[in-house]
Ligand binder design. Sequence first.
Ligand code: IMP
Ligand code: MG
Length: 185
Amino acid sequence: MSSITIPPLSEDLIRVLIDADTIERKVSELSRKISDTYQDGKELVVVGVLKGAFVFTADLCRQLHIPHTVDFIALSSYGSKTDSTGNVRLIMDVREDLADKHVLIVEDILDSGYTLDYLKRNFSTRQPASLKTAALLSKPERLAVDITLDFLGFEIPDVWVVGYGLDYAEKYRTLPYIAEMRPVE
Ligand code: IMP
Ligand code: MG
């Protein structure tokens, strides 16, 4: 007999905000919407933003009904552990040439929006056939730039969350659910 063990909340975590089943249903829904969007036969490149979006990107892509390739990009923004500054830096670029391809940027979470804003500007100079964005989570209260997502999973309050790819100081990325962190002093 086998059973799936859900890791218990550690003392740093307050509560499960979004459980694994709810995430799975949402990811399926988003995959369907994305598959329906790209029907013109042009190549689709899905670009996951490392590290936070690695789990979401993998789950999302495995349910797409249309041909696509997967690439990754790594960025960092200077600032404290839980506050981004708008100073975004490219750490690792995509390998694929994006010209004349549909590009879908996949992010874990839209917080201030500086990261996605930077990426959209950067990618739009590479002549893609189209450029769209997907994020699993968004914190509307924190948004500091004018940006609209094409595909969004959940809006959440202004709390620090971990799990399903998201971390706090590199911890908790592989939790199957999204949990709220206890605020750190
Ligand atoms: P933004 O540039 O402020 O929108 O921040 C985007 C990045 O900050 C995300 O891709 C995450 O890596 C990270 N981030 C923002 N909020 C959270 C959170 O609550 N938990 C974990 N990472 C977060
Ligand atoms: Mg990220």
